[in-house]
Design a binder for this molecule. Structure first.
Ligand SMILES: *[C@@H]1O[C@H](CO)[C@@H](O)[C@H](O)[C@H]1NC(C)=O
Ligand SMILES: *[C@@H]1O[C@H](CO)[C@@H](O)[C@H](O)[C@H]1NC(C)=O
Ligand SMILES: *[C@@H]1O[C@H](CO)[C@@H](O)[C@H](O)[C@H]1NC(C)=O
Ligand SMILES: *[C@@H]1O[C@H](CO)[C@@H](O)[C@H](O)[C@H]1NC(C)=O
Ligand SMILES: *[C@@H]1O[C@H](CO)[C@@H](O)[C@H](O)[C@H]1NC(C)=O
Ligand SMILES: *[C@@H]1O[C@H](CO)[C@@H](O)[C@H](O)[C@H]1NC(C)=O
Length: 676
């Protein structure tokens, strides 16, 4: 993201809604109550953006409601090709992951390698349980560029030390000192919930005061500690903005960037004691459709061919809008809300990458979206955290997968942004371990994980539903040449029911694999809803009420098909999204086995310097809180057999994957014992 114009302010006084007012760039929107005309607003919200309760008005439904359409899902890949469509490359359940800004990493993942944040682990576990392997997370962003690794530790002993935050300008970024404790924290997270990582290198610190030039040391240390859990090191972040942001001379273009990239790549290879010196770097990570600095321009400058042996992955980053206030421009989120609630958005956003993607794939490399979100510079109140934004995220993710991106990472910033998938509580609440705020856009990560499941063989196609209708796109996932899951979206928001849809699916006259289909719904009362959001009847709850686990009983709706006509009719509320599972295997592959794997682990969350300890739980089954009513789950209550360790109950039946967690828990308990 562009580092937000709002400086991060630790709250001295808690009561999130009474925090000191911060200067924000969206000042055209004084209201925290929904009104069609923000100028009529009455109530001022002066708290931190991440908890802003502003709700927008849902855009008006189209004048002529569509209440039904027919959808043909060809019964084989050959039939699909005959119908003029093609499947994507094979995709994984981890497709949609997270990009965490380096400067805020401790508040999200944990302050030290031995004090991880349990809600974060739960958010990751939910994905692993569905994808069958760990989530993808990048640590980096603008702040990676002015960061320095101190392998001997930082001056104040913290994992990450923010040296300064310059004035509230869009381009200002804090200077970061960090220690290798950060990599140990990442390694410990991988040991517990299997996360695979991307990490941002300080590409060229020439302009950073007091820096030590140790990019090669970062590369070698990250590789040594993370091993195979490190999928790549990103070099250069949004270089298409370097000259605009006065980080390079005017006229800095793809050729200059490529030359610099090559020289720094060579430095890392010659100076660093690397474990892996081939296929280990990521670039160009351009973001902003700068004329002359597009993906095609960078590839034409030789970036791919010159760096083929060094590249792990080719990456881009992009936000469709910004809230940067550039040239005094103020965007009212209400005015642009509707532009997200159409399939045209996803198609339009991915279109510019199709040529480049074809070249990258032909060269044998993968391409990914390293960072994205609804809008840069923090997103927009009421929009970035709405159910509508979540529907947009799902459609966009499916479209990127359709066009052969291999992963896409949603950016997570601090408490001064609106778009976070999850936000820890403000400092004074942090000791409680839960009370996190789950953003609407978290749900798409578990939905995408269920859409692709755990086979790693899912191929997706945009079915161009109902003559490419912009309000109700549909996609199908095929495995081994046959369709196994169908994704349906209804972008229209209409509480009257007049825009509820029935989608009648056929398989080109062929019978369905079963006489029934199983459906899971993603639902909320309106696209503007921010908190009452459900996936398969489960929710991560409202602001300050989440511990990263799903609550409620999971609901999978079984729908009888018409075996005479070989059709299945799926109701789809306005708004909503659904996954239709065609086979028992596809449902099983997307569903964690509660009875076999449910295990709730005792561990602790400790805020640095604080003796306050609270207890949460890592969920490795699906969403059943031990205690049933909130973060205060009774530890181990839904696991078989318990042992007692350090006063906390830990399940006795340990699978291989829980061994690491076990030692983590022990380590934490000991540490907590000392601290308290
Ligand atoms: C961190 O950064 C500052 C300024 O950039 C520097 O003076 C300080 O010594 C650094 N080192 C450590 C180990 O924190
Ligand atoms: C976890 O962190 C500790 C440092 O606190 C480190 O010694 C240990 O190696 C880490 N575990 C893993 C699996 O990397
Ligand atoms: C790093 O950036 C500076 C400008 O900030 C530039 O003068 C220098 O040549 C760059 N280093 C390399 C190795 O390209
Ligand atoms: C995506 O991959 C599929 C399967 O290999 C291929 O048919 C299609 O042309 C690719 N599309 C792009 C944009 O690379
Ligand atoms: C899918 O890929 C992941 C690595 O991304 C791997 O860990 C996992 O074992 C694979 N699953 C299957 C079923 O091959
Ligand atoms: C949805 O979850 C609630 C608990 O939050 C439960 O009472 C209800 O029975 C569930 N509905 C279905 C249909 O499973």
């Amino acid at each position: 993201m562009k580092y937000s114009a709002i400086s991060a302010v630790p709250l001295a006084v808690l009561a999130a809604y009474q925090a000191n007012a911060q200067v924000t760039v969206y000042t055209g929107i004084p209201s925290r109550t929904a009104t069609a005309d923000p100028a009529e607003a009455t109530v001022d919200y002066a708290g931190l953006p991440a908890y802003d309760p502003l709700t927008l008005e849902p855009p008006a439904p189209p004048e002529t409601p569509v209440t039904s359409y027919g959808l043909t899902v060809p019964s084989t890949e050959d039939a699909l090709i005959a119908a003029g469509r093609q499947l994507s490359i094979q995709q994984k359940g981890s497709f949609l992951g997270f990009s965490i800004e380096l400067s805020v990493a401790p508040s999200i993942i944990g302050q030290h390698a031995n004090s991880l944040k349990v809600p974060f682990l739960n958010y990751m576990a939910n994905i692993r349980n569905r994808a069958g392997h760990g989530a993808l997370v990048r640590i980096g962003g603008n702040t990676q560029e002015s960061s320095t690794l101190y392998t001997q530790g930082t001056d104040d002993g913290s994992m990450i030390e923010k040296i300064k935050e310059e004035g509230a300008s869009v381009t200002s970024t804090p200077t970061i000192n960090y220690s290798d404790d950060l990599f140990y924290a990442m390694a410990n997270i991988s040991a517990v919930v299997g996360v695979d990582w991307y990490f941002g290198l300080p590409f060229n610190q020439s302009a950073v005061e007091n820096k030590i030039d140790n990019i090669y040391e970062v590369a070698q240390t990250a590789q040594a500690i993370l091993g195979e859990r490190l999928l790549g090191l990103q070099m250069g972040n949004e270089p298409d903005l370097y000259s605009d942001h006065q980080k390079r001379d005017p006229g800095y273009g793809p050729t200059q960037f490529n030359d610099e990239w090559i020289s720094i790549k060579d430095e890392i290879r010659s100076e660093g004691n690397l474990k892996q010196s081939q296929n280990f770097l990521i670039g160009p990570s351009i973001c902003c459709e700068v004329e002359g600095f597009l993906l095609d321009d960078v590839l034409n400058a030789g970036f791919l061919t010159d760096n083929l042996d060094a590249l792990a992955i080719v990456a881009v980053q992009h936000y469709p809008e910004n809230n940067c206030g550039i040239d005094g421009k103020v965007t009212n989120p209400q005015d642009i809300f509707a532009s997200y609630l159409t399939h045209n958005s996803a198609v339009g956003l991915v279109g510019p990458y199709i040529d480049g993607t074809t070249q990258v794939l032909a060269a044998g490399k993968d391409i990914m979206m390293m960072e994205f979100g609804t809008a840069s510079c923090g997103g927009f109140p009421g929009l970035s955290d709405s159910f509508g934004a979540a529907l947009w995220t799902i459609d966009y993710a499916m479209q990127m997968a359709t066009q052969n991106f291999t992963a896409a990472l949603q950016h997570v910033g601090g408490q001064n942004v609106y778009y976070n998938a999850f936000t820890p509580p403000p400092n004074n609440l942090a000791s409680s371990g839960y009370q996190w705020t789950t953003g609407s856009v978290y749900y798409p990560t578990i939905i995408m994980a269920e859409l692709f499941g755990s086979s790693n063989q899912s191929q997706i196609v945009d079915l161009g539903a109902d003559n490419n209708n912009e309000y109700h796109p549909a996609y199908a996932v095929y495995e081994n040449g046959v369709p196994t899951r169908i994704a349906l979206i209804n972008f229209v928001s209409d509480a009257s029911g007049a825009n509820d849809l029935t989608v009648t699916i056929d398989m080109g006259g062929q019978p369905f694999p079963k006489q029934t289909v199983d459906v899971r719904y993603f639902s909320a009362s309106s696209v503007a809803e921010k908190y009452e959001i459900y996936w398969a009847n489960q929710t991560l709850r409202t602001s300050f009420a989440s511990d990263g686990r799903l609550y409620g009983d999971r609901e999978t709706v079984t729908i009888n098909c018409d075996t005479g006509a070989n059709t299945c009719s799926i109701p789809l509320k306005a708004p909503s999204m659904a996954i239709v599972f065609l086979t028992d295997q596809s449902l099983a592959s997307s569903t964690s086995d509660d009875t076999a794997s449910t295990a709730t682990f005792a561990t602790s969350v400790v805020n640095v310097g604080s003796a306050t300890v609270d207890v949460g739980a890592i969920q490795s089954g699906n969403g059943q809180a031990g205690g049933g009513n909130g973060g205060n789950a009774v530890l181990g209550s839904n696991s078989k057999g318990s042992i007692n360790a350090g006063g906390r109950t830990i399940p006795g039946a340990l699978s291989l994957s829980t061994i690491g967690m076990m030692s983590l828990v022990m380590g934490l308990t000991a540490w907590v014992g000392l601290g308290a």
